[in-house]
Design a protein around this ligand. Structure first.
Ligand code: PLP
Length: 382
């Protein structure tokens, strides 16, 4: 009989989610309709932002945020090396150059002191990434941005439901734009999808324009109104639209978000307790004033490779997040060199992501903990 595998992440979809999608399928709008607007309004209300723009992926959300921020050829944008490639690719899409600032030891978010060193005359924006769901030191990052007239785009793909200084991530307290992803492994799952939040009306209007081909029908914006059929294309936009079908799932998932985040926090407490006095496992530390929503639970171990394979043999499908982006072959070929961010590179050698998702049972968490400890204790004997 096949062994039951424990994935590192998976979605939670109930009957009511299915019913919501079925209802959307029977309605008159399949693509952008009333459910997209409702999903946007609910996300904006949940996070405490004024405006929200839904798109077809987190990657599109990052690209759209960069376009709205006016990032273009010749600009530099500073981001973290320890993130999914999309956090830096969005800068390349705009013809600009990603600059990597090293991460904080034990926290693994971009270090504001390192960011300061990388700011130059071409720097246009900062993209802090709330790695694993733990918010960056946003107050310092935002102060740096203000000082240097830079825009801040939070990549909050890991951090829906997280808080910083008492406010929800996405509130825009310390940034201009915040990006979320609704990929199946993230806090709410809609297949593929993303959203950009902002409190700035000007940025909001640009987001709307670039989401749909750069086309406007708004009569006040038209150069030359010829009749009610008329629209004009004012910038080179894209088709980043989300469907009503996916938005129905998004709205339904959003109702469960608090419960999802609570369960993730419970699981993290269980892991924290288990490894607190266990020297062979190090866990990450939360940022001062932050409350992580635990997209990932990361541990650091010596001889990561052996531990990875032994856990997988036991049916625990651990993962690694992430190889520093600039070590990816595509980035190497652009001229980035090893040694650029030593803390990030040291972290990569030891990191493992343990299973973390709301459906994970206490028994499964305990099985993961016992197996990790077993492997590491036997390692010493060998
Ligand atoms: C998932 C993710 C993205 C991209 O989101 P998609 O919805 O998969 O396009 C971007 N940044 C980070 C940090 C992510 O984890």
């Amino acid at each position: 009989m096949a062994k039951k595998l424990i994935p590192y992440a998976t979605q939670w979809v109930d009957e009511d989610d299915i019913a919501a999608v079925v209802a959307a399928l029977g309605s008159s709008n399949l693509t952008q309709g009333p459910r997209v607007l409702e999903f946007e309004e609910k996300m904006a209300a949940y996070c405490g932002a004024k405006y929200a723009v839904a798109v077809n992926s987190g990657t599109s959300a990052l690209h759209l945020a960069c376009l709205a921020a006016g990032i273009s050829f010749g600009d530099e944008v500073i981001t973290s090396p320890i993130t999914f490639v999309a956090s830096a690719n969005c800068v390349l899409y705009c013809g600009a150059k990603p600059v990597f600032a090293d991460v904080q030891e034990d926290i693994i978010n971009i270090d504001s002191d390192e960011v300061r060193k990388k700011i130059g005359p071409k720097t246009k924006a900062l993209i802090p990434v709330h790695f694993s769901g733990n918010p960056c030191e946003m107050e310092k990052i935002n102060a740096l941005a203000k000082e240097n007239k830079l825009l801040v785009i939070e990549d909050a793909s890991h951090a829906l439901g997280a808080k910083y200084q008492g406010q929800m991530i996405g509130s825009g307290q310390f940034s201009d734009l915040t990006v979320f992803s609704f990929h199946a492994v993230k806090h709410i799952a809609i297949g593929e999808g993303g959203m950009v939040l902002t409190n700035n009306k000007d940025l909001y209007e640009k987001l709307l324009l670039y989401r749909s081909h750069g086309i406007t029908r708004d009569r006040k914006d038209l150069n030359n109104y010829e009749g009610d059929w008329f629209y004009e294309m004012h910038s080179l936009g894209y088709n980043f639209r989300l469907t009503d079908i996916q938005s129905a799932l998004g709205i339904s998932q959003l109702n469960k978000l608090d419960a999802f985040v609570d369960r993730r926090k419970e699981i993290s407490r269980r892991y924290h307790e288990a490894f607190a006095d266990f020297q062979k496992v190090k866990v990450l530390v939360e940022t001062d004033g932050a409350e992580s929503s635990y997209h990932l639970f990361v541990i650091l171990v010596e001889d990561r490779k052996t531990v990875f394979y032994k856990l997988r043999e036991a049916g625990i499908m651990v993962n690694v997040h992430y190889l520093p982006i600039y070590l990816q072959p595509y980035y190497r070929q652009l001229g980035y060199l090893p040694g650029l961010c030593p803390v990030a590179e040291g972290y990569y050698k030891k990191t493992l992501s343990l299973p973390m998702y709301p459906k994970l049972s206490d028994q499964e968490v305990d099985f993961v903990i016992d197996t990790v400890k077993d492997i590491l204790l036997k390692e010493r004997m060998a």
